[in-house]
Every structure is written in structure tokens, then in C-alpha cells.
Design a protein around this ligand. Structure first.
Ligand SMILES: NC(=O)c1ccc[n+]([C@@H]2O[C@H](COP(=O)([O-])OP(=O)(O)OC[C@H]3O[C@@H](n4cnc5c(N)ncnc54)[C@H](OP(=O)(O)O)[C@@H]3O)[C@@H](O)[C@H]2O)c1
Length: 307
């Protein structure tokens, strides 16, 4: 099978497609034929070696965490899946392995895909939608009627966060560049701000929750728009802390197949739009990494395996 691997840390040009022998599933594991994977900025951070303290890996390392595919073989003791099942899940970043034709995955990491969901749509979900959910309703404790500011509303996390917040009955303000303002509205934003032309900090006050997926100056200016008991939840800055009466927290995503199943239910109920940007073949997966590195993906960038 083909797998996109690195032998040293650095930039996407170091990722090479190599032929490996497929592994057999052990107890509690299934082997998958991978159909699609999605790219997350985390993959680039793993590639660069920036996550070594949090997610230690040994080289060579196969990139990619979010995947969807078909169960080939169930290992001893696997109860929930059988060959032929269409599944979606997330590999531990320390293990990696989604940008490949096959993988061996613990069954707890997987959920069954809805019948009318494509592999590309499924692969888009685990990290981005899971993080949006955790940030809004875990760390952010978002309630109906509150005002929430979602930064980078056209990105992977943001495109899901806008929808979840709107469905939860919040008033949603979203930032995006001009070409993505319409998309943010379509996803459910009540107000949109072009971050390249307008200063959101000068326009907003009384925001109960800011979801920061950008960091730096965007994070710093976000404090100015908060209500006295508001909260900033960042997916980017580990060092965010409360400031006086205002809460501040970093959210650290950990995959939970049960939470993903809840998100899949909202797709079945036709309440979830999955925005896909470019679908790259596995043979050109490096281009997918480069696209995400550019910082302007619209929804999710996908790697499609062929067999
Ligand atoms: N802590 C965790 O567990 C965790 C989990 C998931 C993600 N993350 C992190 O969260 C960040 C976002 O992830 P993602 O998957 O959503 O990334 P992404 O999909 O690559 O985000 C791309 C989007 O960012 C927008 N953008 C860029 N600069 C912006 C700015 N200054 N203001 C508003 N929008 C801006 C772009 O919109 P335009 O094209 O319109 O400019 C683009 O749509 C990454 O750093 C990622 O590593 C952390």
C-alpha cells in the first residue's frame, strides 16, 4: 500500500509517497481500506516537528489523522464492526497514518457513516467538527440567546462552529475575507465582518463567547469585544488565561467517537453542511498539505485514495 511519509521534520516537500506492507489488525483493532482523509493544520505542525513535546512520534512517520473508509478485517474481540462497514474516525496523532491506502485502527476510534454521506464528507468531520463542538459547548459553555464571535468562519473549524452555534440558538457574528462572507451567511451567521477591511474590535461589544482559531493580534483584540463575564476560547494559543471577570481557555481536541456520532446524527437530520474545498488524489497529497499551509482553505481540503 502507498503511504505519505516523512523521514525528517520540515516542510511539505519532505513528504514522500512510499510502498509499505499493510499491517494485520490486532485485538480490538480493524483494518481499513482508506477512501478519503482530510488535512488539518495539525498535520503541518506534526510535519514541521512542532508538536513533538505533545505528540512524540518516531520517524519515519505516516501523516494524517482524519479518515473514512471501509472495514477490511476485524481483529479478535471486535464487536461493533464487520468487513464491508463504511466508517469514519480519527487516528491518534502519535500514530498518524491517514494519508495512505490502508490503516489499522482501534475500533473505539471509529463510527459508522450515514448511508448518504460520501467518504470525502465523512473524512472532513472528526477534528474540525469535533473541535468546534468542544470549543463552543465544552470550554465555551455556549447557551441559547448568547452572542458568539466565530473567527475564520470559512475554515475547517469555523465552518462547523457557525452552524453549531446557530443551531444552539446563539446570535452568531463571523469573520472571513470578502470572498467568504456569503459562505459564512449561508452557514448561519447573523452578522459577518470582513477581517481584511474592517476592525471587528471597533464594531462589536457585549460578546459572550469568542472562538479564536487565528491567535496573535486577532486573539488579543478579541478581549475588547467581550461582555464583562464573557469568555475567549482559543484553539491556537496554549497560554490563554482568564483576565479578571473574563474567562480564557485553550481547547485541546481529543477524539471521542460518541461525540462524532452525535455530529453524524445532525447530518442525517439534514442540519449539517460540510464545506469541501479541493479534493486531491493521494498521489498528489503534498499539494493538499501546501494548500492548507497557505491558510485560506474554504472548508476542508481532502486527500482521496484510489485502489
Ligand atoms: N487545539 C486544538 O485541539 C485544535 C484543533 C483543531 C484546530 N486547531 C487549530 O485551529 C486553527 C484553525 O484550524 P482550521 O482547521 O479551522 O484551519 P483552516 O481550515 O486552515 O483555516 C483556514 C481559514 O482561516 C481563515 N483566516 C485566515 N486568517 C484569518 C483571520 N486573520 N481572520 C479570520 N479568518 C482568517 C481563512 O479565511 P479567508 O480565506 O477568508 O481569509 C480560511 O478560511 C489551526 O491553527 C489549527 O491548528 C487546534
Amino acid at each position: 500500500m502507498k503511504a505519505l511519509r516523512i523521514h525528517e521534520f520540515g516542510n511539505p516537500s519532505l513528504a514522500v509517497l512510499e510502498d509499505l506492507a499493510p499491517a494485520e489488525p490486532g485485538p480490538g483493532q480493524v483494518s481499513l481500506r482508506i477512501e478519503a482523509a482530510s488535512v488539518n493544520p495539525l498535520d503541518l505542525k506534526m510535519l514541521a516537528g512542532h508538536m513533538r513535546q505533545v505528540f512524540p512520534v518516531s520517524l519515519p512517520y505516516t501523516l494524517g489523522t482524519d479518515l473514512a473508509g471501509v472495514v477490511l478485517q476485524a481483529g479478535p474481540g471486535v464487536a461493533r464492526f464487520q468487513p464491508g462497514d463504511r466508517v469514519v474516525g480519527r487516528l491518534e496523532p502519535t500514530a498518524g497514518g491517514a494519508f495512505a491506502q490502508a490503516a489499522v485502527v482501534p475500533e473505539q476510534a471509529l463510527s459508522l457513516m450515514p448511508a448518504d454521506m460520501s467518504f470525502e464528507q465523512a473524512a472532513a468531520l472528526p477534528t474540525a467538527a469535533g473541535t468546534a463542538w468542544l470549543a463552543l459547548f465544552g470550554a465555551g459553555k455556549l447557551q441559547a440567546g448568547q452572542r458568539v464571535l466565530v473567527h475564520a468562519a470559512a475554515g475547517g473549524v469555523g465552518s462547523f462552529a457557525v452552524q453549531f452555534a446557530r443551531q444552539a440558538g446563539a446570535h452568531v457574528v463571523a469573520t472571513a475575507s470578502a470572498r467568504n462572507l456569503g459562505l459564512a451567511e449561508e452557514l448561519g451567521a447573523h452578522e459577518v465582518i470582513d477581517y481584511q477591511r474592517q476592525d471587528f474590535a471597533g464594531l462589536l461589544r457585549g460578546v459572550d463567547l469568542v472562538l479564536d482559531t487565528v491567535g496573535g493580534d486577532t486573539l488579543e483584540r478579541s478581549w475588547q469585544v467581550l461582555a464583562p463575564r464573557g469568555a475567549v476560547v482559543s484553539t491556537v494559543d496554549f497560554a490563554v488565561k482568564p483576565r479578571g471577570s473574563q474567562a480564557g481557555a485553550f481547547v485541546f481536541f481529543q477524539h471521542d467517537a460518541e461525540a462524532l456520532s452525535g455530529i453524524l446524527e445532525s447530518f442525517k437530520a439534514k442540519q449539517l453542511q460540510i464545506v469541501l474545498d479541493t479534493i486531491h488524489p493521494l498521489d498528489d497529497a503534498r499539494a493538499a498539505l501546501e494548500q492548507v499551509a497557505g491558510g485560506h482553505a474554504r472548508g476542508k481540503v481532502i486527500v482521496r485514495a484510489s485502489h
